[in-house]
Design a protein. Structure first.
Length: 212
């Protein structure tokens, strides 16, 4: 068998799914009524040794959609001024179309059939992504509508921790609390955590699965 044929491929690791870490910052907890304010995404690639590593980064600030609800407690928590011109925010339709375009590009390059959202407390981020896609009438979403990989659950099993900062600390990943609750920072740390756990499992002999 040639080296190329035996080379570990990302498409084989997750049954044809292309994992994409997503983190959102919002103006509340209700995906259907509350504004999406910031979104970031990290894609992955696999080394020749079968190690999962972060690859590309997508990051945009988002203009609240027309009629969006903005909870004061939420923006006090994340520190985002939704209407500050210095944010360089773009319309939600533009952001979501570009996100889908970028993800489809890398998904296709990896020869995967569908992208799957990876997130810490994934149902929250997936809910806001799905709501924005529906709101903007985007039909060609690369993301599976309900499958997700939740690093909260994965970290609980692998590290005995569910809070992102504590899971990162357990994995010896540097985490600066003052930078937390930025979509970009949280996405990058979540991506590192996901890689750490996936690669640890591989190094312990859990993947590739033995066919003998």
């Amino acid at each position: 068998m040639s080296n190329e044929a035996s080379k570990p491929l990302l498409k084989d690791r997750f049954r044809g799914y292309f994992p994409v870490v997503i983190d959102v910052e919002t103006a509340g907890f209700n995906a259907n009524t509350d504004a999406l304010l910031e979104i970031a995404a990290v894609t992955f690639k696999m080394t020749d040794e079968g190690e999962l590593i972060s690859d590309t980064i997508f990051h945009e600030h988002v203009v609240p959609f027309e009629g969006a609800n903005i909870e004061q407690a939420a923006i006090d928590f994340n520190g985002i001024d939704p209407f500050c011109a210095l944010r360089g925010a773009k319309q939600e339709s533009v952001v979501m179309k570009e996100l889908c375009k970028q993800v489809r590009k890398y998904q296709k390059a990896a020869d995967c059939q569908r992208s799957v959202i990876v997130a810490h407390n994934a149902s929250f981020d997936q809910g806001f992504v799905n709501a924005a896609l529906t709101r903007q009438n985007i039909k060609r979403s690369p993301f599976h509508p309900f499958v997700s990989f939740d690093t909260t659950s994965i970290a609980a099993i692998a590290l005995g921790q569910t809070v992102l900062v504590k899971a990162c600390q357990a994995a010896h990943i540097e985490f600066n609390q003052s930078e937390a609750h930025s979509a970009l920072y949280d996405t990058q740390r979540t991506a590192e955590l996901f890689c750490y756990i996936v690669n640890q499992y591989k190094n312990l002999g859990g993947w590739p699965l033995s066919t003998e």
